[in-house]
Structures are given as structure tokens and as C-alpha cells.
Design a binder for this molecule. Structure first.
Ligand code: ZN
Length: 251
């Protein structure tokens, strides 16, 4: 289901607050949310910053006080983020759950492709200039994610007798997938990093929303009917899902 973020900020308000905790200084992003009832803090896993959400009538002074009060929490949570794994040559990236080492092949034709070394090691080869390795890997993973998700969504849609109008691949960090009542599905490209049964489950989940636009027992029955790996995939996302956010970002 889609939830549209209803955000606004008063024009004269700062968009970030600086909070001091011990010897550290954190920049906190501030946003107002029309439906927020109180001040809340969360950590954005890919931007690696704290976001403070405040109610429409909240004040910046109160927001600052709230953030200051939770300085210890912010420091602990930012410190606990898994290490960033940028797409640089030598880095290891899981592709469909299988580790692949990025290898720069400057002189070769093509863009990005996979190979298996004699040692059995899987590698992701990237042609072209060094400066473009990161972007090329990103583009490749998004393309592969789209292909796998389109294929899976089509199969599930046929089984349920529904039609997917549009499928988009995004870099959303708050959710793995979403679905609108108009029949548009969108997914995080990072699902291509997870084992295939996890990507399949997300496709089944969003397609099932075309039948049941809610998370009722009826909805879960539909998912269970088309996706036997549901429980296993949910468990994987609970324990390993967060780790996918560290790939392709700079420290
Ligand atoms: Zn859902």
C-alpha cells in the first residue's frame, strides 16, 4: 500500500539542527509531518543521518531540546550502522545472495558482466573508466532487479488473474516494496542483493495487494497461496535485510 508523505517546512525554518553529544556533533535533518503527533527520531540507513519528525505545531526550540535529550541514542545508533560498502574495485557485493567481487576491466568492451574464476570465486567485471565503476555497478544492479522483479510479478499476477500496470525500481530505504490501488508496484533495487526467494516473496506480496489492498488475514492467505517461501523470506529480511543498506554508499 502506498502512503504518501505529507511533508512541509516553514520557509524560514532550518532544515538541519546541530546537536552536540560528548565530543561529537551531529547534523539532524528536521521535517514536519502533517500527521505527526509528537517528536520522533529515526536513523536513515543509506543517508546515515538522524531524521527528526515534528508535529505541524511543533517548534524548532522544542525539536532541538528533544534531539539533545536523545543525543546518546543518536550516537549509539549511528555508531552501530553496518560498515559502508561502496562499489569500488575489490569490494564484495552479494548478487542474488551470492558474493561477487568487483573487478575493474578497463580495457574490455561492454559494461558489466559476471564471471567465475578458476578458483570458483564469482566476480562482477566492470569495463570503462575507473570513475564510472560505481555508477555502472548501480545501473547494472537496478537493471537486474527490474528484470527479476518483472518476471516474478508477471508470474504471480497471472496466477491471481490481476494486471500489473507499472513496475518501477527505486532507491527507497524505508520499504522494500509498495503498491498503489491503481496497480503500480515499486521496489527497492537492493532486493537483487538478497537471495532470490526473498525477491520472489516481495513480488508476491505487492502483487497480492492488487487482490487485497490491506494486511488482513485474507491478504496473507493470498500471499501464502502463491508464495510458499513467505515465512523463510520474512525471517531473512528481519535478520539480514538491514545489512543490504550498506552497499553502494560512501562512508
Ligand atoms: Zn503490504
Amino acid at each position: 500500500m502506498a502512503t504518501r508523505a505529507l511533508l512541509y517546512r516553514r520557509p524560514y525554518e532550518p532544515s538541519t539542527l546541530l546537536i552536540k553529544h560528548g565530543s561529537q556533533v551531529f547534523a539532524i535533518r528536521v521535517r514536519r509531518h502533517r500527521r505527526a503527533r509528537r517528536y520522533t527520531l529515526r536513523i536513515h540507513p543509506t543517508d546515515r543521518e538522524a531524521i527528526l519528525t515534528m508535529p505541524p505545531r511543533g517548534t524548532i526550540a522544542e525539536a532541538k531540546e528533544f534531539a539533545q535529550l536523545h543525543g546518546g541514542w543518536i550516537a549509539a545508533r549511528l555508531g552501530r550502522l553496518p560498515k559502508a560498502a561502496p562499489f569500488h574495485p575489490g569490494a564484495v557485493v552479494p548478487l542474488r545472495g551470492t558474493p561477487h567481487r568487483i573487478v575493474h576491466r578497463a580495457g574490455e568492451r561492454g559494461t558489466v558482466w559476471t564471471e567465475t574464476r578458476d578458483s570458483g570465486e564469482k566476480i562482477l567485471c566492470v569495463a570503462g573508466g575507473f570513475d564510472h565503476v560505481d555508477r555502472r555497478v548501480h545501473d547494472y544492479l537496478k537493471r537486474e532487479a527490474r528484470r527479476d522483479l518483472q518476471k516474478a510479478a508477471q508470474i504471480y499476477a497471472a496466477e491471481l488473474g490481476v494486471r500489473v500496470k507499472r513496475l518501477s525500481i527505486r532507491d527507497q530505504s524505508s520499504r522494500w516494496g509498495s503498491c498503489t490501488s491503481a496497480g503500480s508496484l515499486s521496489f527497492s533495487w537492493r532486493l537483487i542483493l538478497a537471495p532470490p526467494y526473498v525477491l520472489d516473496y516481495l513480488a508476491a506480496h505487492e502483487v497480492a495487494h492488487l487482490v487485497e489492498m490491506n494486511h488482513s488475514p485474507r491478504f496473507w492467505k493470498v500471499v501464502g497461496r502463491i508464495c510458499p517461501s513467505q515465512e523463510r523470506a520474512k525471517k531473512w529480511l528481519d535478520t539480514c535485510g538491514n545489512d543490504l543498506h550498506r552497499y553502494g554508499i560512501e562512508d
